[in-house]
Design a protein around this ligand. Structure first.
Ligand code: NAD
Length: 714
């Protein structure tokens, strides 16, 4: 099948162009250039006999934007030149449509993001369906790119710099209502017929339409760069941007550059400058990383790690055991997805407290206008807070989130598993305990699985699913489906202590501890942690997790090792320091303070005693070494997880690292980082670090093998 831009003229001489390209979506590729070229040729040729044009789509989305797979193949100067030329061609076609001399209306029936919205911007009027399917915006920055189809220049011309800057820098996606409010579209329609009728009515009412920037004397709203407040805005945006991205996202800087160009030079020159900036980003490592991340995200969400051939399932009634910090969040996200929830704790009071958490979150949603009272009441009504075990009868899924204790978890499994519906699934939200061990008392260990949430559950987008030795494929598929039902991204890992995320995460804290013990200034450690792109420094992270939890987790590990007859080998700096802090009443932020003091009315600062313990002003290490140590420990641990079979594939590891533990997003994740660094170069650098700092940096066998074969982590 080949795609078409279906061209149909009605009795009023209005042409409807319906984009219907090969494949599931309309996208900017060679086929598009051909089809758009032919369409514009014909429109120009028949211009005198037409009243106007409605541009719409035959797909469920309007237009998907650039072709990421082909952009990922761009390597050489010639590739970039080709893309530069193609981009100018795409722009010239859109510009011809814009200057047709007849009104052109975009009838936006579904998502129009990136290139799709850039086409809409060139039209003279935009009517969107008032539907959840509609999303508009220019999210290119999230791919490490910039809107190169005229999007920056037109948005600045349309809205003015002040209102265009943030959506461009943040890549904001607008739903239909927000798009209307923010003037990204001009009209909403109730259904497809209404949309077409409104588009055609506008054409009839505006026979001479052209875009305002093509009218002589047009002034950009708010003024151009000669206005002091506008030039201040641009100047002020630069440091703000640096503070936010720490200079790690070149696309954002370039976007700001092009905004400023659009405020300085004429429309057509600005368009060329936009294309130049766009082309310069195509070979940027961050663009490659973020585009790869996007594709891997689709792979993960598309069920890459879900066992094949098992029918999709839906949970109707979920039991949540333990209404503490995690249980209350699990109850909330489940109820929000329309699932009936039984939230059980040891007392009615404790269960009610857990339900009150949902009430609080719903109240905030109502206040922000994000939910009606009626809908919120419906969600709250789905949660049955109780201390009565019988209420669990018939749950198709029970998730336990009680204290991290093997015996307790064993006991409640024995007691409550019989309440499950026929073939129901038992999930444990344990952060570290092996699922196979927890499944021991289960009468159906094939239905037993780890469903590891992250805190706070309502905000964190990831779920780590842990497959025990006896867990069946069907159970895995059902846990996967539930995760998607509650709108989380599931990664799948095999059973091991700490699984993937907790294991990798703890190395960051550990390396921070080692640097402290070596005598480095805590502030230097913290700043360099942030400079590599981690959300916060390792000491701040430790305070958030709490020293208490670190100590507890390590002690549980010790106990477990005794139980399993293993030798406890985890005498890590993280544990050592956390213990010492605890002994000094510094159990973490929640407990009143840790590495930091947290004054009520001021910024946190390092607890002075930390300096007395270890700091040695004579110690100094190369900055790059410190940065690499903090980042590479996490990568080495991920490599070990991969080699030990805890991780099954690269995509899950990359997505899990960024979404679960805040590994710097611009790297594309733990393994994509190695690809960009160079596999061989990375192995060599690890060797250097091993010689300087110890065996924990030893390159793993898989890394060495890949380095030798010249293979990437794909
Ligand atoms: P929490 O202490 O906040 O809550 C535990 C709740 O379980 C309490 O309300 C307690 O009353 C209840 N409980 C105890 N015994 C019970 C029983 N027999 N029946 C019903 N309820 C019972 O703990 P939390 O932080 O929510 O952690 C719960 C689990 O989630 C642990 O296994 C923990 O390792 C795991 N986890 C925690 C985090 C985190 O960041 N806190 C993250 C991921 C996983």
């Amino acid at each position: 099948m080949t795609g078409t831009f279906n061209y149909e003229k009605d009795a009023d001489n209005i042409v409807t162009v319906t984009m219907d390209m090969t494949g599931p979506v309309n996208a900017m590729n060679e086929e598009y250039v051909k089809l758009m070229g032919e369409t514009v040729d014909r429109l120009e040729a028949e211009k005198d006999s037409i009243a106007g044009v409605v541009l719409t789509s035959a797909k469920s989305t309007f237009f998907a934007g650039g072709d990421i797979k082909s952009m990922l193949t761009i390597e050489t100067k010639e590739d970039v030149q080709n893309m530069f030329d193609m981009n100018l061609l795409i722009k010239s076609q859109i510009r011809r449509l814009e200057k047709l001399g007849k009104p052109v209306v975009a009838a936006i029936n579904g998502a129009a993001l990136g290139g799709g919205y850039e086409i809409c911007l060139a039209c003279h009027h935009r009517v969107a369906l008032d539907s959840k399917a509609v999303q508009v915006g220019l999210p290119e920055v999230s791919l490490g790119l910039l809107p190169g189809g005229g999007g920056i220049v037109r948005l600045v011309n349309k809205l003015g710099a002040e209102r265009a800057v943030m959506p461009l820098l943040e890549g904001t996606r607008f739903n239909a209502q927000k798009a209307l409010k923010s003037e990204l579209v001009e009209e909403l329609a109730t259904d497809a017929d209404d949309m077409m009728a409104k588009a055609k009515a506008w054409i009839k009412a505006n026979p001479e339409a052209c875009n305002p920037w093509d009218v002589k004397g047009y002034k950009i709203p708010g003024g151009n760069i000669t206005r002091p407040n506008i030039s201040q805005l641009i100047q002020g945006a630069n440091p703000m941007l640096f503070q936010k991205t720490r200079g790690l996202i070149p696309a954002a800087v370039k976007i700001l550059d092009v905004v400023s160009s659009a405020l300085r030079v004429d429309f057509d020159t600005a368009q060329i400058m936009e294309t130049r900036a766009f082309a310069s980003l195509l070979t940027e490592p961050t663009a490659k990383n973020l585009m790869t991340f996007f594709l891997q995200m689709n792979q993960v969400n598309g069920g890459g790690s879900r066992p094949k051939g098992i029918e999709k399932s839906k949970v109707k009634k979920v039991g949540v055991l333990g209404a503490g910090m995690m249980g209350q969040g699990i109850a909330y996200v489940s109820a929000m997805a329309g699932i009936e929830v039984v939230l059980k704790d040891i007392s009615q009071d404790a269960a009610d407290k857990g339900k009150a958490y949902t009430e609080g979150l719903l109240k905030k949603r109502i206040e922000k206008g994000r939910m009606t009272e009626e809908k919120a009441a419906g969600v709250l009504g789905l949660i049955n807070a109780t201390a009565d075990a019988d209420a669990l009868e018939g749950c198709d899924l029970i998730i336990e989130a009680v204290f991290e204790n093997v015996d307790l978890k064993h006991n409640i499994t024995k007691e409550l598993e019989p309440k499950l519906a026929e073939n129901g699934v038992w999930g444990s939200n344990t952060s570290t305990l092996p699922i196979t061990l927890l499944a021991e008392p289960s009468v159906k260990p094939e239905n037993f699985i780890g469903i590891h949430f992250f805190s706070p559950v309502d905000k964190m987008p990831l779920v780590e699913i842990i497959v025990g030795e006896k867990t069946s494929d069907e159970t895995l598929a059902r846990a996967f489906d539930y995760s998607q039902q509650i709108k989380k991204t599931p990664i799948v890992v095999n059973d091991s202590r700490g699984f993937f995320t907790s294991r990798v995460f703890s190395t960051y804290i550990d390396e921070g501890g080692l640097l402290i013990e070596e005598g480095l200034d805590p502030i230097v450690i913290e700043n360099l942690g942030r400079a590599i792109g981690m959300p916060v420094g390792p000491l701040a992270v430790q305070d958030e997790v709490s020293q208490q939890l670190t100590v507890k987790a390590n002690e549980t590990n010790k106990e477990l090792d005794e139980r399993l007859g293993h030798e406890f080998a985890k005498d890590n700096a993280g544990y050592r320091l956390a213990k010492k802090m605890m002994e000094n009443d510094r159990a973490g932020r929640f407990h009143g303070g840790g590495y930091y003091e947290y004054p009520k009315d001021g910024e946190k600062y390092i607890w002075p005693e930390v300096y007395n313990w270890y700091y040695n002003k004579d110690v100094s290490l190369p900055v790059q070494d410190i940065k690499d140590r903090l980042l590479f420990r996490q990568i080495i641990e991920s490599l070990r997880c991969f080699e030990e079979g805890v991780m099954n594939n690269v995509a899950d590891s990359n997505i899990g690292s960024v979404m679960g533990i805040g590994f710097p997003p611009h790297t594309g994740g733990v393994f994509q980082f190695i690809n960009t660094y160079g596999v061989k170069a990375f192995a060599e650098r690890l060797q250097e670090l091993t010689e300087k700092y110890g065996e924990r940096f030893t390159p793993t066998q898989m890394l060495l093998d890949k380095a030798e074969k010249g293979e990437l982590f794909m």
